[in-house]
Write a protein that binds this ligand. Sequence first.
Ligand SMILES: [Zn+2]
Ligand SMILES: [Zn+2]
Length: 204
Amino acid sequence: MSEPTACAARCPHDDAYCDNCDRLVGLPGVHVIDVDRRPAGLVVEVESPPAVMGCPTCGVVARSHGRRTVTLVDIPCFGAPTRVRWRKRTWTCPEPSCPVGVFTEQDTGIANPRAMLTTRACRWATEQVRREHASIAGLARQLATTWRTVWRSIEPILARAAADESRFTGVTTLGVDEHLVRHEALLFRMEVRDLHRPAVVAVG
Ligand SMILES: [Zn+2]
Ligand SMILES: [Zn+2]
């Protein structure tokens, strides 16, 4: 029989992660250790499980050097802007002759190094622009962040997609859409769309 208080009973404990919270948040490789609902939105704190780490340069077993928390913009959750606080592990190499110094946990499945959005939020925002006609300003409002943060996060992905010639494969009929993409500056974007698929093949 299910235990109705199991989630609440387990969540606060450092030594036992909560399967229900992990399933709800759905970030691979990390576990939920705290959830807070604030006026500005939802804040989810995550960490990877403890594991032995080898020095990436010399391979010696590294020594824990504490945590460095990074805050990432994630996809809005249950109607609320969401932040993921990732308590990254850091290590030092105990080998005196090794030049590596302190190094920090990285997992591009969660976020690229120095990213401001989670990897899945970058993907979501890109799809919103490419397939749902979303404006950058609208996405910034939904994510409770700035236009510049959204644009800097997805521009490289959009540029890669634009450079991919395979987007023309199978296109038989083209149509043109115009969108007001940034209300403040009255900029317009022209999209060339494949009328038989929900895909933008060029933007101008
Ligand atoms: Zn839980
Ligand atoms: Zn080393």
